[in-house]
Structures are given as C-alpha cells and as structure tokens.
Design a binder for this molecule. Structure first.
Ligand code: TRP
Length: 360
C-alpha cells in the first residue's frame, strides 16, 4: 500500500503537500486572526492583499510589535536571501510584503545575503558566483520599491564583522544537540553549517545592540525559515534581547503544481529576468489544476499579481463556470506576468548604480 509521507519543510527542502494549519501546530505559531487584521488595518489603511487573502497567515508576537508601535516605539524588519541563483516570482512574495510593511510603518529593513550558507552547502556556489548573485538578487529586491535610505544589506562574508560578535554570543547560548534536533543535522553535517544558524540569527538583535536598548525585530519570511527563529527566540531571553517576531507566508506553487516554486526545476519557475517569449512558453506548457483553488495559474494571480479583489473573483468564477478555458487563462496570465516583468526589468536597469553602492 502506498504510504503517504508527511510534507518535508526545512530551510533547505520543501517537498510534499503542505498543510499550513498543521504546520502552525507543529511549529507552535499563531494564526493571524480577524481581530489582529483589524488592528493592523488601523495602522496601514486598507489591508494589503497578502493579508486579505491569507498569504501571510501565521505569526509570533505580531501583537507585541503592534503594542510597541502604538506606544511610540520603533521596530526593525529583517529578511534575507541565499544568493545561489536567479530570483523567481515565488521569492518576490515575502519581499513584496516586506516592502509594504516598510512603507506602512516607516521601519528600517535589514536584508541579509547568506553567501556563507550557500558556500557551506556545497551546491556549486563559490565566492565569485555568490558575488554575482548577490548583486543580481539585490537588484530584484530594490526593484520592488524598497526605500534605499531605510534598507541595509548585510552580505555575510563581506560584512562578517557586523555580525560576528553577536553570532558568538548566540552560538555560546546554543548546544549542538539543539541545533542538530531543530535542523536535522547529523554527524556527517559539516562544521560550518552547525555554526551558520547563529549568523542568520544575529541580525535579529543588531538594532538592539546598536541602539543600546531593546528594538524589537519583525521577520517576514516563508514558513520554511521558521527553525531559525525558534532557536533565536530561545537564546534571546538569555542574552537580554527582545525575542524576534515573525509573520509567515505561504509558498508560491511551481508552474506545474508542486507546492513551492523551485529553482531546482527551472521549467516550473518564472524568473524575473525571463524574456516575454520564454514566459509565454513556460506558462503555455504548465499543468493546470481541475479547480482554480488547486491551479497554479490562479494562485499566481491570487498570491502575487492581481491586487484587485473583483478581478481575482471574476477570474475564479469564469474558470469554474467554464466561461474561460485553460488556454485563454494562460494567455491572460502570460500577459499579466509580462506586464509586471517589463516594469520590474526596467527598474532593475535604472537602479544598478545605487544598488552597487548599497552593497559596498
Ligand atoms: N536562509 C535564507 C535562504 O536560504 C536566507 C535568509 C537569511 C533569510 N536571513 C533571512 C530568509 C531572514 C528570511 C529571513 O533563503
């Protein structure tokens, strides 16, 4: 008998059908409730479509961040990227939401590039290629409209000195057995990977360390990154820093289903640098679902591309009632994606000089 295996969700592997409700239980996170949404709305005006539609659905201590903000305190945002290759549409989901938070709350953003992690993983990334992808990826981040004056890039190898003192304190507060259990490392895992989580944790405390007083940190990220924040929250108390808060996002499916768009299956991902003909071809060849709720075409609109609720609803109904066949839907999606990419690629070209400076 076929055995249904539970989904695997770790920072390095996302496989199988993800049950987001179960993940909340497993990771011990809280749902973003209607009450919390009302509270956010008071600060941000109309809710961002990723909140209205539950793309960001779970959190830890978001209420404490709002308390702090309402009391006149500032908080920082922190997110990041492992620079191992080109950026696809799935990567843009948390960054787009981060941009919204930065704008709505006027927060400083720390954005980490874990080139160290990619080199340690031994997946073909060396110093030179990491350097290349850091710049390419940073262009994608900034092309989303983040405020350069409120955004600080930390490239781990180049800027190690900013993080190392904090990483040491964090590492001292963690045992090998905790890190092994949380990340699933074994005896054959390399030494660097055992230490690396303290480098990813360090930015959570950087603003507090610099200010000499508690500055809470909110991390918008895919739910696969959660193990890092669990161990960071564990050591925060011991070190006297605020525990980092999180908002967790769902992962955009690949073009042919799958549950996460993945760079390891290139034909299933639309990259930000793809030319229009390639986008058309990839989408034309994608597998559709029998129902919009299970169809990647619909989910691209819903998660990322179509901000207007009426348009999304229309799409849903037209598909269900057979007023629009898959061919037409795909042609329309390709058009939407290409319109988005045209502007994105143009912005990437315009900001190159500025982004190079930001990375120095
Ligand atoms: N480890 C992440 C990755 O491989 C990169 C990362 C570093 C990150 N710091 C982060 C992601 C903070 C989210 C939030 O993509």
């Amino acid at each position: 008998m076929a055995h249904r295996r539970a989904a695997v969700v770790t920072p390095w592997t996302v496989r199988g059908k993800i049950d987001y409700g179960r993940l909340m239980k497993r990771f011990g996170t809280m749902p973003i409730t209607p009450g919390l949404l009302d509270r956010i709305r008071r600060h941000t005006g109309r809710l961002h479509h990723m909140l209205r539609r539950g793309v960001f659905y779970s959190h830890r201590d978001l209420d404490a961040i709002l308390d702090h903000h309402e009391g006149g305190g500032r908080f920082v945002l922190y997110t990041g990227r492992g620079p191992s290759g080109p950026v696809h549409l799935g990567h843009l989901v948390p960054w787009t939401f981060t941009r919204h938070l930065q704008e709505a709350f006027g927060s400083q953003l720390l954005f980490q590039f874990t080139d160290d992690e990619r080199m340690l993983l031994g997946d073909g990334v060396d110093e030179e290629s990491a350097g290349h992808w850091v710049l390419e990826n940073a262009l994608d981040v900034m092309a989303l409209g983040l405020d350069p004056d409120r955004t600080e890039f930390i490239v781990n190898v180049r800027h190690a000195a900013k993080l190392y003192p904090l990483a040491l304190k964090i590492a001292r507060g963690l045992t090998c057995s905790t890190v092994r259990a949380v990340f699933g490392f074994g005896d054959d895992s390399n030494l660097g990977m055992m230490f690396f989580p303290s480098m990813q944790a360090a930015p959570c405390f950087l603003a507090s360390e610099r200010a000499g007083e508690p500055v809470p940190c909110l991390v918008p990220a895919g739910v696969d990154q959660d193990p890092y924040w669990r161990i960071t929250r564990d050591v925060a108390g011991k070190l006297g820093y605020p525990k980092p808060a999180q908002v967790h996002g769902r992962m955009l499916p690949g073009l042919s289903g799958g549950y996460k768009m993945s760079s390891s299956r290139p034909v299933t991902a639309v990259y930000t640098t793809d030319v229009p003909e390639l986008v058309e071809r990839k989408i034309a060849e994608a597998e559709t679902g029998a129902h919009p709720a299970r169809c990647p075409m619909y989910q691209y609109r819903y998660f990322l591309l179509t901000k207007d609720d009426d348009t999304v609803r229309e799409h849903y109904v037209d598909c269900l009632e057979g007023d629009m066949d898959c061919r037409e839907c795909k042609a329309r999606l390709a058009e939407t994606v290409n319109r988005f990419l045209r502007r994105h690629q143009q912005r990437r070209r315009l900001i190159r000089g500025g982004v190079e400076k930001m990375l120095e």
